[in-house]
Design a protein around this ligand. Structure first.
Ligand code: BES
Ligand code: MN
Ligand code: ZN
Length: 502
């Protein structure tokens, strides 16, 4: 359960804790002054005596109030300088506030935002957004109920003069947050539960009620369609592959080509016959992070009824070693007709994407394609967890993505596509091969160049290698590693700002 958020013009005074904002000083903002009066001068006393609290950005003090006070606790919340408090700063602060309060025996809070904060309605909405995002938990596999001394925050009311504006902005944000949380859930699911067929059904069950059209291809159908690359990856597993096509038609009047989003959905990547080392292999449950982002994006678009036509395609397979598994040296025929020599069965993501990319172009003739994949360890080596390496054929598309990245904090970094690498991926006895002839250097770039072989000329295309950003080591010891839902937010923004009917 994540936290429930509400907004009101006046305080309800029903919460256990009041959060008071300070702006880089101990100066009393109007809300603090009025509370001080209600707490019989208690705040004056506290502020005089506490030397450490200075109202700096992110500073938080939790104080218990004496009997008779309207709240059990008052929380001093440093928000930094008023003039620096923009959307981004507010969202980060909201997250810090949640982290500081969770598990502190407080269930309900009320945060008072002063009217003299510029754009206070908008700021409140983004404080709430950060608060909500940070409240994500993945706990359905913990059968032991949390005991009393780890009471969690369940309700937060934000008091702000323009509460209607806050509510409007937050409601829109919540649609995207829902998509992000769904993507995180999918990544965090263990691979024995989230195998291709189970995953496909989960997508259908969640998205169909929202008005997304769903088509599921099973292994027979894909074989018939000639998806020999994707099928080869899945042939070593008892869990047969699936492909899910998701259509959101939010702009019924338009006959324009749809936008296409394609995701790698390897529900577990052992490497196959080119087996990965055992240490850390458990992380490879996140190898469906690209598909999760596409599914989460479709949810966000449907939840906010985006006026745009989008098709999402995810290729779902499990990469296992077995007597039936594909092997290094196999040559497979892809949906496009191009033959691929498999030189390493651990370079499987590109095979899955090749067929998904060709299919979506063949059937939907999209005006734009973005794919997301946890494609290479090399991408992690290059950019770590902070930036998502993004390969783009079209400068305008890159500008739009870069802007959306900066606005959402899901930051992108442009990576090079080069004919040299494209050539490097051409086969010696096949059309293309899944390993570069030059070896392992520029592994993220050669992987992108392989995919490029499957993009028809003229269609703007972006490939996001989310190997480093889909999955992070967190500072929460209860969740040492977890899915981020990376991609949902930046792509939702890309669409909202550039491709949606007003
Ligand atoms: N899923 C991995 C890439 C990956 C590694 C994602 C670490 C996240 C964290 C991918 O399928 C893979 O194994 N790539 C190989 C490619 C190589 C064999 C050319 C890699 O990066 O080592
Ligand atoms: Mn692999
Ligand atoms: Zn993989």
């Amino acid at each position: 359960m994540t936290v429930n958020i509400s907004f009101s013009k006046a305080p309800h005074k029903k919460a256990e804790a009041a959060v008071l904002c300070f702006y880089d000083s101990k100066d009393q903002a109007p809300s603090v002054a009025s509370m001080n009066y209600e707490f019989s001068g208690f705040l004056d006393h506290v502020l005089k005596k506490t030397k450490s609290f200075k109202g700096k950005n992110g500073q938080i003090e939790i104080l218990m109030l004496p009997e008779g006070a309207p709240y059990n606790y008052v929380i001093l919340f440093g928000c930094g300088k008023k003039e620096d408090l923009d959307k981004d700063a507010a969202e980060k602060l909201g997250g810090k506030l949640f982290a500081a309060l969770d598990g502190k025996n407080i269930e309900t809070v009320e945060l008072l935002i002063d009217n003299d904060v510029p754009n206070s309605g908008e700021i409140a909405a983004y404080l709430a957004t950060g608060f909500k995002l940070r409240s994500y938990k993945f706990e359905q596999y913990q059968t032991k109920k949390a005991d009393d001394d780890s009471v969690k925050i369940s309700e937060a009311n934000f008091v702000v003069f323009d509460s209607k504006i806050s509510e409007q902005i937050y409601t829109e944000q919540l649609c995207v947050i829902d998509g992000m949380f769904f993507a995180r859930d999918l990544v965090n699911e263990p691979p024995n539960e989230l195998y291709p067929d189970a995953y496909a059904k989960r997508i259908r069950d969640e998205l169909k009620p929202l008005g997304v059209e769903i088509e599921i291809f099973d292994d027979k159908k894909m074989k018939k369609l000639g998806m020999g690359a994707l099928m080869a990856v899945g042939q070593g597993s008892d869990n047969a592959p699936r492909m899910v096509i998701m259509r959101w038609k939010g702009d019924k009047n338009s006959t324009d080509a749809p936008l296409a989003f394609v995701g790698k959905g390897v529900t577990f990547d052992t490497g196959g016959i080119s087996l990965k080392p055992g240490a850390g292999m458990e992380d490879m449950k996140m190898d469906m992070g690209g598909s999760a982002a596409v599914v989460g994006l479709m949810m966000a678009l449907a939840r906010r009824k985006a006026k745009v036509n989008v098709v999402g395609v995810v290729g779902l397979v499990e990469n296992m070693p077995s007597a039936r598994a594909y092997r290094p040296a196999d040559i497979v025929k892809s949906y496009s007709g191009k033959t691929i020599e498999v030189l390493n069965t651990d370079a499987e993501g590109r095979l899955v994407l090749a067929d998904a990319l060709s299919y979506v172009q063949d059937v939907y003739k999209p005006s734009l394609i973005v794919d997301l994949a946890t494609l290479t360890g090399a991408m992690m080596m290059a950019l770590g967890h902070e930036y998502c390496g993004t390969f783009v054929t079209d400068n305008i598309l890159w500008e739009q993505m870069d802007n959306a990245g900066k606005k959402t904090g899901e930051r992108l970094w442009r990576m090079p596509l080069d004919e040299v690498w494209k050539k490097d991926m051409e086969g010696t006895i096949s059309d293309v091969q899944n390993m570069a002839k030059s070896g392992r250097w520029a592994g993220a770039c050669t992987a992108a160049a392989f995919l490029w072989h499957f993009i028809e000329d003229g269609t703007p295309w972006a490939h996001m290698d989310i190997a480093g950003t889909a999955w992070i080591k967190s500072d929460r010891d209860t969740y040492p590693k977890f899915g981020t839902g990376f991609g949902v937010r930046v792509l939702d923004r890309l669409i909202a700002e550039n491709y949606e009917q007003m």
